[in-house]
Design a protein around this ligand. Structure first.
Ligand code: DGL
Length: 254
């Protein structure tokens, strides 16, 4: 058995983690990826924490049984609710969880004002409170819970008049006011054009995808688990419908 050839499993509540998979495939073009989106149960971000934890653990168990060498939790909401339990249950696996890219924002804009757009669940979790505390002295942080946006991205409408109508009341008060907005939900990069249009061109959008991809490479290299293959990709989804798989492929190319 050669663990190097096992999959890197990438998990999200739905299609959002494709925004992370794009960076993973650029950083690790020769690896085998298995992307699993739980669209049948999306959105996670408006569910109670215990439900999010159970759904995440069930998905992780299925992926671990497929023989993956690493699990990337490409979902800020699932990371906030379940990363500690995942690490407890699978102490010998490489497990990487995405989190809002506040560090990058505060390094780039020390003393600046930074918005964090994320699901209600991510913003209420203890893990986010700790992150906020770490950067409280470095920049002013505005929380921007964007309930409803995940559903639009799942429907392939991240950049649409509906998305603009949904986000206008949340974002327009901050037009030209913020140095950066951290996209703390992996679905939101697929609404990036709408978000930028509402915030104004001087607000920089940042997300945790590139950092997560670099960290995955670093951890695999450290464990001597890098694979030199042909870059295979399998996309699976609990909704089990061809439209969702087609949407994932389209978003991957976006
Ligand atoms: N994509 C997930 C995240 O990064 C959340 C989506 C959801 O609410 O299901 O937070």
């Amino acid at each position: 058995m050669n663990a190097k050839t096992d999959y890197i499993a990438v998990f999200d509540s739905g299609v959002g983690g494709i925004s992370v998979l794009r960076h993973l495939r650029t950083e690790l073009p020769k690896e085998r990826f298995l992307y699993f989106g739980d669209s049948a149960n999306a959105p996670y971000g408006t569910r109670p924490t215990e439900q999010i934890r159970q759904l995440t653990m069930a998905a992780a168990e299925m992926l671990m049984n497929r023989g993956c060498k690493a699990l990337v939790v490409a979902c800020n909401t699932a990371t906030a609710a379940a990363i500690e339990e995942l690490r407890r249950c699978y102490p010998h696996k490489i497990i990487i969880g995405i989190e809002p890219a506040l560090k990058i924002a505060s390094d780039r804009f020390p003393g600046g004002t930074v918005g964090v757009m994320a699901t209600p669940a991510t913003l209420r979790e203890e893990k986010f409170a700790r992150l906020l505390h770490r950067f409280a002295d470095h920049c002013e942080v505005v929380k921007l819970p964007a309930a409803g946006l995940v559903e639009l991205v799942e429907a392939g409408k991240g950049n649409s008049p509906e998305a603009e109508d949904l986000l206008r009341p949340l974002l327009e008060p901050y037009r030209d006011q913020l140095d950066a907005v951290v996209l703390g939900c992996t679905h939101y990069p697929f609404a990036g054009q709408t978000i930028s249009r509402l915030l104004g061109e001087n607000t920089v959008l940042l997300d945790g995808g590139p950092g997560t991809a670099r960290e995955t490479r670093r951890r695999l290299a450290e464990a001597d688990l890098l694979h030199e293959g042909s870059g295979e990709l399998l996309i699976e989804n609990s909704a089990n419908c061809p439209e969702i798989t087609a949407l994932c492929r389209a978003l991957l190319e976006e």
